[in-house]
Design a protein around this ligand. Structure first.
Ligand code: FE2
Ligand code: FE2
Length: 233
C-alpha cells in the first residue's frame, strides 16, 4: 500500500497551486482563528481591564488584550494575503465559538477563563507547529509564547485570589465556566478534523486534544488550586 504524500506548502504563493480541498481547509482554519481571536478580545480581554483590581493587574490585562487583538491581526493578515474576502471574517458571518457566550462580570471569572480557555488555545496552537502549510506553522510559533503567558496570567491570579481567601469565588467561576470548554475541541467524529489530519494541517483528533486538555485542567484545578473540577454531564 502506498502512503498518500502529505503536502508541504512553504508560502502563500504556493498555496494557489494546491488542490481546492487543501485551499479550502487552510482557509477554514485561518478564518476560524481570525474570528475567534477578535471575538475573545472583545468580549473577555478588553472588558476585563475595567475589572482588574490593582494597577499592576490592569497593566498586565492591557497587555493580554493587546496581544489577543494582535493575534487576530496576524491571522486576518494571512487570510487577506490568501485572498479571503474580509466579510468572511466578520463575526456576523462566521459564528464565534460557544466558549465566548459566557457573560463575563467579575475578575475571578476572567482569571479562570485565562487559566482554562487559554490552555485550550495553547493545545490548538501547538498542533499547528507541524502544520503542512508553513505560514500557519510560523504564526503558531510566534503566537505560542503569548498564549503561554495568558494561561500563566490566569493561573497566577487564581492562586492570588485563593491565597487571599477568595477560593469560593474561583470555584464558583470554574463551576460555571469549565463545563462549556470541552466543546471547544469540536465533535468526536468531525469531518473537518479528519480532513485536516489527512492533509497534514493538524496532527491530533479532537478527542485526543480534549483528553489532553481534561488531564491538564484536572491537574491545575485539583493539584495547583486545591479545588474541585466540576463533573461534566
Ligand atoms: Fe490568542
Ligand atoms: Fe490568549
Amino acid at each position: 500500500m502506498s502512503a498518500v504524500a502529505i503536502p508541504d506548502v512553504k508560502t502563500v504563493a504556493d498555496l494557489a497551486t494546491q488542490p481546492e480541498e487543501y485551499r479550502v481547509a487552510v482557509e477554514k482554519i485561518v478564518i476560524s482563528h481570525a474570528v475567534n481571536e477578535l471575538y475573545g478580545a472583545q468580549v473577555f480581554d478588553e472588558p476585563a481591564i475595567a475589572l482588574a483590581p490593582t494597577p499592576y493587574a490592569k497593566w498586565l490585562t492591557c497587555r493580554v488584550a493587546m496581544e489577543e487583538y494582535h493575534h487576530h491581526v496576524r491571522f486576518r493578515t494571512l487570510a487577506e494575503e490568501m485572498g479571503v474576502a474580509p466579510e468572511r471574517m466578520d463575526p456576523d458571518a462566521k459564528r464565534p465559538l460557544s466558549i465566548f457566550e459566557f457573560q463575563l462580570r467579575t475578575w475571578p471569572e476572567f482569571c479562570v477563563i485565562k487559566a482554562v480557555a487559554d490552555y485550550a488555545e495553547i493545545l490548538q496552537v501547538e498542533d499547528l507547529l507541524h502544520c503542512s502549510f508553513h505560514p500557519l506553522r510560523n504564526l503558531a510559533r510566534i503566537t505560542m509564547p503569548e498564549e503561554k503567558f495568558h494561561a500563566k496570567f490566569g493561573k497566577d491570579f487564581c492562586l492570588e485570589l485563593i491565597q487571599a481567601g477568595r477560593a469560593a469565588e474561583v470555584q464558583d467561576a470554574l463551576d460555571r465556566y469549565f463545563p462549556i470548554t470541552p466543546a471547544f475541541f469540536g465533535s468526536s467524529n468531525s469531518k473537518n478534523n479528519e480532513m485536516y489530519r489527512r492533509l497534514g494541517l493538524k496532527q491530533r483528533s479532537n478527542d485526543e486534544m480534549r483528553a489532553d486538555f481534561l488531564g491538564r485542567v484536572t491537574e491545575l484545578v485539583e493539584k495547583d488550586f486545591g479545588l474541585r473540577l466540576p463533573v461534566l454531564q
